[in-house]
Ligand binder design. Structure first.
Ligand SMILES: [Zn+2]
Length: 68
């Protein structure tokens, strides 16, 4: 039962999921994350399949922008 909960589609919303830039394998969680400022986060990804490492930068929406 626990496994079914962990694999629920709803979890995808709270986790960044990107394909490996080298082999296309899906990476479920960044190896490391760094907050550049209030809204920009840099993720370091490490691919288990091919060992490739790369970074992505994401900008989170302004908190409260949708609710307001
Ligand atoms: Zn890869």
């Amino acid at each position: 039962m626990e496994l079914r909960i962990r694999n629920a589609p709803a979890l995808r919303r709270s986790r960044p999921v990107v394909p490996c830039a080298q082999c296309g394998d899906i990476l479920l969680a960044p190896e490391w994350s760094e907050y550049l400022d209030d809204r920009h986060v840099r993720h370091l990804w490490s691919c288990d399949a091919c060992g490739y490492e790369f970074e992505t930068e994401v900008a989170d929406p302004v908190p409260g922008a949708q609710a307001a």
